[in-house]
Design a protein around this ligand. Structure first.
Ligand SMILES: [Zn+2]
Length: 383
């Protein structure tokens, strides 16, 4: 496939007008491609597909549950299981496979093309799933909910990220948990700590020395704990990737998460761009060029309307009009679908869906049944 005439993001600040040719799932060439074959992308800005470093894909049809802030994630979990038992039961009646696919769609429509799912691998990810799920990783839930945390860590190859919830508490327990984890050898170069709200000065220093990484889920942290990573952590050189977490606790999708993150401490658009692209790829040790647009790398590409802004400014202010995974269009907005209809025949087989606040779009994969009142990460879905 040849995408012609877009400005192509080469960094958070820089984009150049280039044709991008894809083949066999990768970017083949970038530059001037002779001929007229392909789709017209003039007037659009091309960004790399985003990386969501933390989600529980099966929980994205749930409403946000809880009346926090709580002193810990376990206090939150106990409370919602007591008070929202029926709501949870009802949401669990939708088959797992269906919920996972909707979780993939939530990610796709917000520009995420690679997601790190924090729960067991499901065969649905091996088939035609809307986005890539990261497979080469080790994981455990947390110190409290994984009695075998240390064994799981030891059995994870050192060249793969090991992902676990860490220090998800504000009552001193979070700090103590960080110190216990350090004692267990969990402060290591491949450790990816999700939430890490309990990082204090001492554990932050150790994490930096050992080369640990953190996944930041600001809206989820603020909802459950009323607090998120400290300024000193956010301003440190600790590698940080952004994660949405699931609809149970998060504000919405990756677009919402970027907005919340931006509001918190005036972090630059460029840093947030990196937290969802190349920095996230390094944290998750992705090795196929994810998080960048480059010859030989995966052709995971987004198109936004070009308003003359930088790639980072565009990401923080707009929603994507198209998302390609491995060079295959998976989501195309209604406007772009009209423009591309003659050059991209397969669009006639795409499935139309309207999602509140995200507009009408065409998806390559058939959506699972759209049940009465279906809400995807807080947004109503209609056929
Ligand atoms: Zn989580």
């Amino acid at each position: 496939m040849i995408l012609r005439g877009a400005r192509v993001a080469l960094s958070p600040e820089r984009a150049e007008r280039l044709d991008v040719a894809t083949a066999h799932g990768s970017v083949k060439t970038m530059g001037r491609v002779p001929g007229r074959k392909g789709v017209d992308c003039s007037g659009y800005l091309m960004l790399p597909g985003l990386i969501n470093a933390h989600d529980h894909l099966e929980f994205n049809l749930f409403p946000r549950l809880g009346n926090g802030p709580y002193e810990s994630a376990s206090a939150w979990a106990r409370d919602i299981h007591n008070r929202f038992r029926e709501t949870i039961q009802e949401a669990l009646e939708v088959p797992l496979r269906e919920r996972l696919v909707w979780g993939g769609i939530k990610n796709l429509i917000s520009g995420v093309t690679t997601v790190c799912h924090h729960n067991p691998w499901n065969e649905v990810f091996d088939g035609r799933f809307p986005v890539r799920a990261v497979r080469a990783l080790g994981w455990a839930h947390s110190l409290e909910f994984s009695a075998d945390l240390r064994e799981r860590y030891v059995s994870c190859p050192a060249n793969r990220p090991f992902i676990f919830h860490a220090g998800e508490a504000t009552n001193g327990a979070g700090k103590r948990e960080m110190h216990i984890l350090a004692g267990l050898g969990l402060f290591a170069a491949n450790s990816v700590m999700v939430h890490a709200v309990g990082l204090d000065r001492e554990s932050l220093a150790l994490a930096r020395v050992r080369g640990c990484s953190v996944v930041w889920c600001p809206s989820s942290n603020l909802f459950t704990l009323g607090k998120t990573l400290s300024r000193s952590v956010l301003k440190s050189d600790l590698p940080i990737a952004l994660g949405t977490d699931s609809a149970l606790t998060a504000e919405g999708d990756m677009i919402d998460e970027l907005r919340v993150a931006r509001q918190i401490c005036g972090m630059s658009e460029a840093r947030l761009y990196r937290m969802t692209t190349d920095a996230a790829a390094r944290v998750l040790r992705l090795s196929h060029g994810e998080g960048a647009i480059q010859a030989g790398g995966v052709a995971d590409l987004l198109l936004f309307r070009d308003r003359g802004l930088t790639p980072a400014q565009t990401l923080l202010s707009q929603v994507p009009e198209a998302a390609l995974v491995g060079g295959v269009p998976q989501m195309v907005s209604a406007d772009l679908a009209t423009a591309w209809r003659t050059s991209l025949r397969q669009l006639s087989r795409f499935h139309r869906v309207t999602i509140r606040g995200r507009g009408t779009m065409y998806l390559r994969l058939k959506t699972p049944p759209i049940r009465e009142g279906l809400s995807l990460a807080g947004r109503l879905v209609a056929a």
